[in-house]
Design a protein around this ligand. Structure first.
Ligand SMILES: [Zn+2]
Length: 550
């Protein structure tokens, strides 16, 4: 041991949770009869105005020039935008900006420019795909309008189908698309009535219905447009936009990644896992930091001392998600399919990882004793499990409850990597912690003494350090989990398949926020009973570590 007991303990404060706490542009600048409003605009402003037209709907895609200052304040931008559009409504073939545009927010950016958004409507109904942004320079001059406005004219429409009928039609369409998925796994959201352009010239009254296909293998969120007069499916698309990518991790290994394409950039965002997303703090401490972007789905985070940490985090959080989903049927921390967020490159040479109650955070390590912490699947799974605990038992972070919390994170950190050949089955952190150049466990559930941690209640450390030695004393509990899984002369082995089910059930069904080690013994005994066996091994393991006396 090159590190002192205490400094190791503080390093272990380490794996800590610090708190539970399309259209082709027509290049012409005039469009027949629409040139007059433009000419009068130029005359009025004394400036040149340019227009790029939408080739399909023949309204401006971009109108640029400069007015006198007309927006007195950012709050005034909406009124000024509407007033200007009233002046140029003929260009847009718009009858009334007041009736046909709904304000959708205005804000001033870091350059002092103000951007006012409008969405298109007809009467009370939104027009799908119609929206405009009016831009003002810092002096209040209107300088550009871009977006897409669809001439609707005097469309007279009435829905003859009900929202419920539309939802049924959309679900039936989804079931025909995915006949292998059980009927109970289709959910529709409340349909929205709107005007839908089947083609630029053919506008229809339609219901937009979102249908979730809650399939674990290939989940989908379908957006379906149902004709409000005859119930026909006008269009359907899958909103889960995923791309199969890959990247090179900290240790030079290429890992598969699920990423997204947004505009022209690829992002470390995984819609197939609830929007799981990886950010970078870029060496600072602001969370969540910036999105990790790339021009290629195959190249990520390739420069700097800790290159690849984002790749490892994105891949390892996905593995932790998959473990909980496949083994325990739990999608995300909340069990409702919400994708976790993680930040890498946090701080400077930060030898730590934590869950802050909202997200996972990983330091790059000092490059000497520690590699970037996201490179270790067991460390990532440890932190991920803190998220599961926060949504279930809500174990406190001090004393025995805190040690139990840390133990459960280590136990599942080991179950996630069990048998994968990814480091030792019962050690935590040994793939990224290498003082003196040799890999060393941060905690060892099989041999707690190897890291000077207690193995039994007789060795329990009463301390005020680390919230009552939560990392130190955790090994009494996690060693019990090791014993009941692998067995020894006094304990018959349950094997990992049964043991992980018992621990998951104890965590999610029985443990409470101030649970003690004794409560954990009761919870695992009851969970084993519920699951139909293994109580003798569970009891023997707790006796072996001195939590139970017989
Ligand atoms: Zn922890």
């Amino acid at each position: 041991m090159t590190r002192s007991f205490r400094s190791l303990a503080s390093v272990l404060g380490a794996l800590v949770l610090l708190a539970l706490a399309g259209c082709n542009p027509d290049e012409s600048t005039t469009d027949g009869g629409n040139s007059d409003p433009l000419a009068s605009l130029e005359q009025e402003t004394g400036q040149t105005w340019t227009v790029r037209w939408h080739a399909d709907v023949h309204t401006p895609a971009l109108l640029a020039g400069r007015t006198a200052p007309i927006a007195a304040s950012p709050q005034d931008a909406e009124r000024a935008g509407r007033a200007f559009l009233l002046k140029v409504h003929a260009l847009y073939q718009m009858s009334s900006p007041d009736d046909e545009l709904a304000a959708a927010g205005a804000d001033t950016d870091e350059l002092g420019m103000t951007h006012a958004r409008f969405t298109q409507k007809k009467g009370k109904l939104p027009v799908w795909g119609g929206d405009l942004i009016v831009h003002f320079d810092s002096d209040g001059a209107l300088v550009q309008i871009n977006g897409r406005y669809l001439p609707v004219g005097d469309l007279m429409l009435a829905a003859t189908k009900s929202p419920d009928e539309a939802a049924v039609a959309a679900v039936l369409d989804a079931r025909a698309l995915r006949p292998e998925v059980d009927a109970a796994k289709f959910d529709s959201h409340v349909p929205e009535l709107l005007i839908y352009p089947v083609t630029p010239d053919q506008l229809k009254l339609a219901f937009r219905v979102e249908v979730e296909v809650n399939d674990l293998v290939q989940p989908m969120l379908l957006e379906t447009f149902v004709d409000a007069t005859d119930g026909a499916i006008l269009h359907r698309s899958n909103l889960y936009d995923t791309v199969d990518g890959s990247g090179v991790g900290v240790f030079g290994d290429r890992k598969p990644l699920t990423v997204a394409l947004k505009g022209k950039s690829y992002l470390l965002e995984d819609a197939s896992r609830g929007g799981l997303k990886t950010y970078s703090a870029a060496g600072r401490s602001t969370l969540p930091g910036g999105e990790v972007k790339s021009t290629s789905p195959l190249h990520w985070d390739e420069t700097g001392d800790a290159a690849g940490a984002a790749v490892d985090a994105h891949a390892n959080v996905a593995k932790a998600w998959d473990y909980y989903l496949k083994v325990h049927g739990r999608a995300g921390w909340d069990g409702k399919g919400t994708g976790p967020h993680a930040t890498v490159h946090f701080g400077s040479q930060y030898d730590n990882a934590f869950f802050n109650g909202k997200q996972l955070v990983f330091g790059d390590g000092d490059g000497d004793a520690f590699s970037p912490l996201s490179a270790a699947l067991d460390v990532v799974a440890h932190e991920y499990t803190h998220g599961v605990t926060a949504f279930t038992a809500k174990l406190a972070n001090e004393g025995q409850s805190g040690a139990l919390n840390e133990a459960i994170s280590d136990i599942f950190g080991c179950f996630v990597t069990y048998g994968s050949g990814n480091g030792s089955d019962w050690q935590v952190g040994e793939t990224i912690y290498h003082p003196n150049g040799r890999g060393q466990a941060m905690r060892d559930l099989q041999r707690p003494h190897a890291t000077a941690n207690p193995a039994t209640m007789a060795e329990y450390q009463d301390t005020t350090d680390d919230q009552g030695g939560v990392h130190l004393n955790s090994t009494i509990v996690s060693h019990a989990a090791y014993l009941m899984t692998e067995g020894d002369g006094h304990v018959a082995p349950l094997g990992p398949t049964a043991a992980q089910k018992i621990w998951y059930r104890a965590l999610t069904r029985y443990l409470t926020s101030r649970a003690t080690f004794l409560d954990a013994a009761d919870a695992t005994l009851r969970a084993a009973h519920d699951l139909g066996g293994g109580e003798a091994s569970v009891r023997a393991a707790w006796v072996a570590v001195g939590v139970l006396s017989e």
